[in-house]
Design a binder for this molecule. Structure first.
Ligand code: PMP
Length: 360
């Protein structure tokens, strides 16, 4: 019995993918062993990783002059690894739009010289910044953004435009593959797997080739993008099971018709939930400016926080889980990743309307 899992991550995965994993767990393709028991250097696994990369390239339209890396350490490790690889003795600009971009900025401060190009913290991170609020340094090594803030529920639908020659570096952990994105606008994209890709333990980095080879001399070789690219992400043992599972998710997205079709479904889910919030007469409130509302992570508060526990108990009774909001924001948060079905959102909206009618 599968419940509706609204967790921000690790998060719901497509049921057909999990069924396939189950079916292949003891015996992958007649080999008499699971994929996680195989050598990463053998023909079988190298075939898997090549196909996973090809499918990701096709889904996202990744240009040929970008490398795709399958790494470990999560997005948090990238907060340090990115400055190690790209700063090259210069300074970098950070746009602060929520908890995650702020953490990335703080970690980068440990590595080198970084500055804030703009911040919406004074507005409690409830919107994406306007272009005229951002002051980029034209000599910056890169400009870092988080295109979907998982905790604050703020998504960028228009990209900041740093000066020519300053590559945009984006943390897309919580909305990668949720809609088509123009990869060529970025110097580097990174995303932890445990939302829209697969299991925790895998992080994907998509990096333009001309940005490779500038790592600080002290950068460990497993953290050097150039070294990892040279070795096809296999300088050491990669997270093989996560890569295999990500590949099944990519096949599933392709079978749905690719990212344009996925986006359409995500818009329908998000519209349903935001309409329920906005139509509740203030019983439920989402604080984010309409144009910046995330389609993936929807935080909302109840007018009376004393009702939170009741709401969560009723949600649990209806098989709706993972709705408790992040402690820094409070209230609820519903994460509507690709694998969340419209039926799940309908069930949540039913609860919200029924609950409000009884408690308002
Ligand atoms: N960036 C964003 C946008 C995230 O949502 C998260 C995890 N929730 C992270 C970074 C950190 O990921 P990890 O825990 O895998 O290091």
């Amino acid at each position: 019995m599968r419940i509706f899992n609204f967790s921000a991550g690790p998060a719901v995965l497509p049921t057909p993918v999990l069924e396939q994993v189950r079916d292949e767990l003891l015996d992958w393709h007649g080999r008499g062993m699971s994929i996680m028991e195989m050598s990463h250097r053998g023909k079988d696994f190298t075939g898997v990783i090549e196909e996973v990369e090809a499918d990701l390239r096709e889904l996202m339209g990744i240009p040929a002059n970008y490398k795709v890396l399958f790494l470990q350490g999560g997005a948090t490790q990238q907060f340090a690894q990115i400055p190690m690889n790209l700063l090259a003795g210069r300074s970098a600009d950070y746009v602060l739009t929520g908890s995650w971009s702020k953490k990335a900025y703080k970690e980068a401060q440990r590595i080198g010289d970084v500055r804030v190009a703009g911040s919406t913290e004074a507005d409690r991170f409830t919107r994406a910044p306007r272009a005229d609020e951002l002051q980029f340094d034209p000599r910056a090594a890169y400009a870092h953004i988080c295109t979907n803030e998982t905790i604050h529920g703020v998504e960028m639908f228009e990209l900041p435009e740093p000066p020519a020659g300053v590559p945009l570096v984006a943390d897309m952990s919580s909305h990668i593959l949720s809609r088509p994105m123009d990869v060529s606008r970025y110097g580097l994209i990174y995303a932890g797997a445990q939302k829209n890709i697969g299991p925790a333990g895998l992080v994907i980095v998509i990096v333009r080739e001309d940005l490779l080879g500038k790592a600080l001399p002290t950068t460990p070789s497993v953290m050097d993008f150039a070294t990892m690219a040279e070795h096809g992400s296999m300088l050491n043992t990669p997270p093989t099971f996560g890569i295999y599972l990500a590949g099944l998710v990519f096949k599933n997205l392709k079978a749905q018709g690719g990212l344009a079709a996925v986006e359409e479904a995500n818009i329908a889910k998000a519209n349903l939930l935001y309409s329920a919030i906005d139509g509740s007469g203030g019983f439920y409130v989402n604080p984010v400016e309409v144009a910046s509302r995330s389609r993936m992570n929807v935080p909302f508060t109840l007018a009376d926080p004393a009702l939170d526990a009741d709401f969560l108990a009723e949600a649990a009774a209806r098989q709706l889980s993972g709705l408790k909001g992040h402690k820094s924001v409070g209230g609820m948060r519903a994460s509507l990743y690709n694998a969340m079905t419209i039926a799940g959102v309908e069930a949540l909206v039913d609860l919200m309307q029924d609950f409000a009618a009884r408690k308002a």
